[in-house]
Design a protein around this ligand. Structure first.
Ligand SMILES: [Zn+2]
Length: 313
């Protein structure tokens, strides 16, 4: 008798979209569905939408003869991955904070449910089948609107006591710097996120007045625009400063960087690598070539794949 293929249902909950998919034991997304989050309808409506997607994915799996191991969710906000409770969520997901997501979805669907925050899920995906799969311990950062961070220790996200570990974006690199929406000033994410890049553009003034999006800064720099080149020098230095701090604290095997901005490839990463090695302590610098800085490889699927990694590894 042929064994039925085991799959899991992964969901990646953001403020705008819910990405979802059926993932097989090799970490491949074999069926996917993206829907708007409609966050303004509140937490209960969102839970209902998640349950609906799960049901649909389960029916699809049944029709293919696949066995569903469980559901994995990566959501924006802070999550206690042990209890499956969303402990904090921003205004992007009203009514989501306090949601007993794991327990309620489990009782509605009868399936096992794993919950973590989206940055941890994305990093777990990279650890399982992505750029970090060859390392045991690494740091994963996503440079987006803010900065998502996760420490992978022994191939798994390190949760800390409450599941909140890895808020790397909120380590301060300039205490007289830009105010951060967390209430502190000079957090790394105010400089090294895609939003941070646009703040540097604004500060650079009129010469870059026509630049509205991060990719335009890169295009201008590539065509030789001095102001854009200068902004990117500053920007990559800020990225490297935060990474150097993390390398000194954690001595990782490598660093995986995610986010749309990594589509710039080595044009972004090479100056970051150079800056990083310059900023490291001598004992680290001597081995700087061994601390690889690479782009995430799962792209938009990272969160969906990583949300279910716990069922397969
Ligand atoms: Zn902050």
């Amino acid at each position: 008798m042929r064994h039925s293929e085991e799959v899991a249902i992964g969901l990646d909950i953001g403020g705008t979209n819910i990405k979802s998919g059926i993932v097989n034991a090799k970490g491949e997304v074999v069926h996917h569905l993206n829907l708007p989050t409609k966050a303004h309808e509140g937490g209960e409506a969102l839970l209902g939408r998640i349950a609906g997607i799960t049901k649909e994915m389960e029916l699809y799996s049944d029709s293919k003869g696949w066995k569903v191991a469980g559901v994995g969710i990566g959501t924006a906000g802070q999550v206690n991955s042990r209890t499956g409770i969303v402990m904090g969520a921003t205004a992007n997901l009203p009514g989501w904070s306090g949601m007993e997501l794991g327990e309620r979805l489990q009782s509605q669907t009868g399936l096992s449910v794993l919950v973590d925050n989206d940055a941890n899920a994305m990093a777990f995906g990279e650890a399982w089948v992505g750029s970090g799969r060859r390392w045991k311990d690494f740091i994963c950062v996503t440079l987006g609107t803010g900065i998502g961070g996760c420490l992978i220790i022994d191939h798994r996200p390190y949760p800390g006591r409450d599941g909140f570990a890895g808020e790397i974006g909120h380590h301060v690199i300039n205490f007289d710097g830009y105010p951060c929406n967390c209430g502190r000033t000079g957090c790394w994410e105010q400089y090294a996120s895609a939003t941070g890049l646009m703040s540097l553009v604004k500060e650079a003034g009129l010469a870059l007045a026509e630049v509205h999006k991060p990719e335009m800064v890169f295009a201008f720099a590539q065509s030789g625009n001095e102001a854009a080149i200068h902004v990117l020098e500053q920007y990559t230095r800020y990225i490297a400063t935060g990474l150097a701090n993390m390398v000194h604290i954690f001595n990782p095997e490598g660093i995986v960087i995610g986010g749309a901005i990594t589509r710039q490839g080595d044009f972004l990463l090479n100056p970051v690598r150079d800056q990083l090695s310059q900023q490291l302590l001598p004992v680290f610098r001597e081995r700087a070539e061994e601390i690889e800085v690479v782009a995430a490889s799962l792209g938009d699927n990272g969160g969906v794949v990583g949300a279910v990694a716990g069922y397969f590894i």
